[in-house]
Structures are given as C-alpha cells and as structure tokens.
Design a protein around this ligand. Structure first.
Ligand code: 13P
Ligand code: ZN
Length: 271
C-alpha cells in the first residue's frame, strides 16, 4: 500500500487550500472542496473494504452511490489543512443505500464532511449529467466577488455581463456565464438543490452575499474559474465609483468568443 500522504489528490487538496487561504478567500472555516476520485487510484493507498465509520448524509445520493470523494471537514480551517490533512480532510464513499457516507480515511478527531456536502454532492450530480469528466466542486468567500454582491444587481445576465466587461479574457474563460442565487440559508438541502439546478447550466454559481461555487474537471480549472471571476470583480470594485471612460463593447466580446471558438451565452449580451 502506498503512503496516502503523498497521494496526488491529498497533495492537490493541501496545496489548493493553502493558496485559497493566502488569497483571503477562506477566513476561519469558510469554504469547502470536494473532489471525486478514481476508485482504482484510491485503492493503491487505502484498503477500500476498511470502513472506519459511517456518517448520515441527510439526503438521497443513490445516483452516485459507490463514488469516492476527498472532502474538507466541517468547521475546519483551510489555514490548517496543509499541516494536518488527516484531521481536516476525509475520504468518503457514498454507501449503497445512498443515505450514508462511509469514512475510509481522515476526520481523525471524530469530525465529518462540510455542512455544504448536500450542495456539493447535488452539484456533482448535475455537472456529471452534462459533463461526465467533472471532478471538482469548490466553494469559497472571495473578497471582491462578495463586495460586488452588495453594490451590483444580483441578476445573472447583468452580473455576468459586468464581469465579462472587466477583463478581456472573461468571456473566453467562462463563456457559460455565472448563475446567481439570492441570499439563502446555507448548509441546507434547499440551497443544495437550488445550486445543483443552476449547475446544470453554469460552472459558476454566486450565492448572494455569501460566496461562490465553482465546478470543473480539475482543481486548476475550477480554481481558475473562481480566480478569474474574483479578478474581474476586483477591477469592478476598483472602478465602479469612477466615471467609466472606456469599456469592452459587446461586439468585441462576440469577436473574442468567436476567435477562441467558445460556446457563449449570446443572450447575456445586449446585441
Ligand atoms: P463548513 O465549515 O461546514 O465547510 O462551512 C463553511 C462554509 O463556508 C459554509 O458555507
Ligand atoms: Zn460559505
């Protein structure tokens, strides 16, 4: 059996949480990540028949039973993941009944997966239905994106359009736009269901006055999506109170999207 501490998926989780914490996106226990793993790869590091304990899910995840995820723990600080992965992360398999998670590694101090696991698993189900290669769901509280929530209409067409205007490459990076949910109570199945519904259409979903969700095939893709939104939101917040002299026009966005060959939300432009 190989040493789990050097498993690429554990390294990915340690590195990305460290970077996100340093960027100020994950104060205290803010944020959570789930990463769908390949059973054969996990089997090189763990005895897949050794279940440490089972943890109730609180909703039905039969659709993805048997799937294995590495997930940040609830109440755990991203700041501490790098130094102590075994307490702050866990590897769980969705049970055959779809109602429990079988702990295979981690949450060593008796902890459990993030309180946002419903939103994560429901989002995984949605993304897998439209992109079988989706692996990562990431939630965080990026500063400028959150600031923008207080001064910009929470309308997904208008919000996406403003972000697209802020950096030339935005429409190329997230041509599918950004879904937006109003403020909702977090940690619930309802916000999970609403997020998952948006995830059928978007890889990015803003939780009004709370944070953002991103989904992608790799850690890099998912992080890059959120990072690009955050950069655009930063430019917006640095300029929103100043007279706008220049802008990227909609016809230029079309030019960009067509040159880079991306399928974009044409209905989010004002053509
Ligand atoms: P958890 O500590 O349960 O992951 O919650 C953090 C968070 O960001 C809630 O939205
Ligand atoms: Zn949050």
């Amino acid at each position: 059996m190989k040493d789990i501490m050097i498993a690429p998926f554990v390294c990915d989780m340690r590195n990305i949480t460290e970077v996100m914490y340093r960027l100020g996106w994950d104060e205290r226990n803010g944020g959570n990540i789930s990463y769908l793993l390949d059973e054969n790869v996990v089997g090189e590091y763990l005895d897949l028949s050794a279940v440490i304990r089972t943890i109730p899910l609180g909703f039905d995840a039969t659709e993805i039973s048997g799937k294995i995820f590495i997930v940040t723990g609830t109440g755990k600080y991203f700041r501490n993941v790098y130094a102590d992965p075994e307490n702050n992360l866990g590897i769980v398999r969705i049970g055959a009944d779809g109602k429990t998670a079988e702990l295979l590694w981690g949450y060593k101090d008796g902890g459990k997966f993030t309180s946002e696991f419903p939103a994560h698993l429901m989002s995984h189900m949605s993304r897998l239905s439209v992109d079988p290669e989706n692996r990562v769901v990431m939630h965080c509280h990026p500063t400028y994106t959150l600031a923008m929530n207080y001064v910009h209409e929470l309308d997904e067409k208008k919000f996406t359009h403003t972000l697209w205007e802020m950096c030339t490459e935005c429409i190329v990076v997230f041509p599918d736009g950004v879904g937006v949910l109003p403020w909702m109570l977090c940690g619930t199945n309802s916000i999970g269901e609403a997020t998952a519904e948006k995830m059928k259409e978007f890889r990015l979903v803003v939780w009004g006055m709370h944070g953002i969700y991103g989904a992608g095939k790799t850690m890099d893709e998912t992080f890059g999506l959120i990072e690009t939104v955050e950069k655009a939101a930063q430019i917006y917040m640095l300029t929103a109170h100043l007279p706008r002299i220049n802008t990227i026009r909609d016809d230029q966005m079309v030019e960009l999207a067509e040159f880079f060959g991306v399928k974009y939300r044409r209905d989010f432009l004002n053509l």
